[in-house]
Design a protein around this ligand. Sequence first.
Ligand code: NAD
Length: 437
Amino acid sequence: MIRICMVGTGYVGLVSGACMADFGHDVCCVDINAERIAGLKKGVIPFYEPGLDKLVTKNVQADRLHFTTSLAEGMAAADVVFIAVQTPQSESGEADLQYVMQVGAEIGRLMTGYKVIVTKSTVPVGTARHLDRVIRQAQPKPVPFDLASNPEFLREGSSIEDFMRPDRVVIGAETEQAGNLVREIYRPLYLLETPIVMCGIETAELIKYASNSFLAVKISFINEIAALAENVGADVSKIARSMGLDKRIGAKFLHAGLGFGGSCLPKDTHALVHIGQEAGVDMAIVRAAIDRNEELPRRAFAKAQRLLPAGAGTVALLGIAFKPNTDDIRAAASRPLTRLLLDAGLKVRITDPVAMPMFREAFPEAVACASAYEAASGADLCILVTEWNEFRQLDLDRLGAAMKHRAFLDCRNVYDHARLTAHGFTYDCFGRPAPRG
Ligand code: NAD
């Protein structure tokens, strides 16, 4: 059993902490957000993540998972301290490290014995060196410690499964002792023969950005092919399927539509471009992927304008979370799309199974609705933005009956021309032009 302090109880910190407790370790999760910690002590999960409530309750009851606002308390008995706080995109594109460094300074101030300090947050190359200086400067008297980097690859919506059955675990460490201690945390994964990649800290830091940027490039690539397919009468979904059947390519992240969003791919691609600039390397491929992605809400808006009958004024948005099974709307494509629709003077009615509270705050002028059918009431166009399961199985007659005009923009390529036109809708999607004739 290893004693772990997890600093930050967001998506990554809370899921990692709960999973590590489930591995059998003693985990104390720390957050400066007192409301969040008070809620967690009562079993209230601060965001939507399937299965997390049960995992937290189980490990709290087993006395392996604890919550506190006091870093001193969290660190007191810890062998390893993970930093899992946010690293948002700053105005100039690079990762904002202020939260990581604040935690580093506090750790330095409180450290009384050897600890391994691990960055789990996604941080640019060189952050560990910077953190090392910050910790040393904050120490009242020198206390030995080691740094390590253990980037996280979990995805919101399936994060527990991702953490418990990862494709790989990456551990960058400056000493063998630190690397081995972090590796020991993941011992339960040996049974699954999970590959554990041991490397230097800089390599670990860059692996995370390289992986996320590659996924972003894959999505933008298929969206570029979708734009081309539309103009030449080809079907991107068949192209993607055939490409994906090639084992060298793989089927995942080849879905054309509104592109990537959320708290990771947009900011991590921007950060990698910035890291490249600092290191004198133009990350031209990643820049192109960002540009392609950022134009997609405008493409959706142009399609919406073409579908709307003249003088029409109401649009129903189905789904606003950046992907299904999460309430995260950070950098979701729904945001610029909603802004474009509202700025064009259209009325926007929106619905999402879990993300409505977040969206209401961001767009108070949009009308919040409890279901797709309520959102469609009196609308001239329905736009499917997030492919939640309940939007994949719409009763199209009921939807159409609620609407003023039957028009449907399918930003995730869930439906098809034949089905929608059979129900009297005009229909458009991404990269799958209407069959000729
Ligand atoms: P988040 O914003 O959901 O959570 C961060 C938490 O840290 C918040 O609860 C905040 O109150 C807390 N915090 C901030 N400063 C603190 C301090 N000084 N002391 C204690 N707590 C503090 O962030 P997240 O989505 O969990 O992401 C965390 C990191 O993990 C980021 O670097 C992100 O890029 C990376 N990451 C995120 C995901 C994901 O899917 N969300 C996946 C992989 C990696």
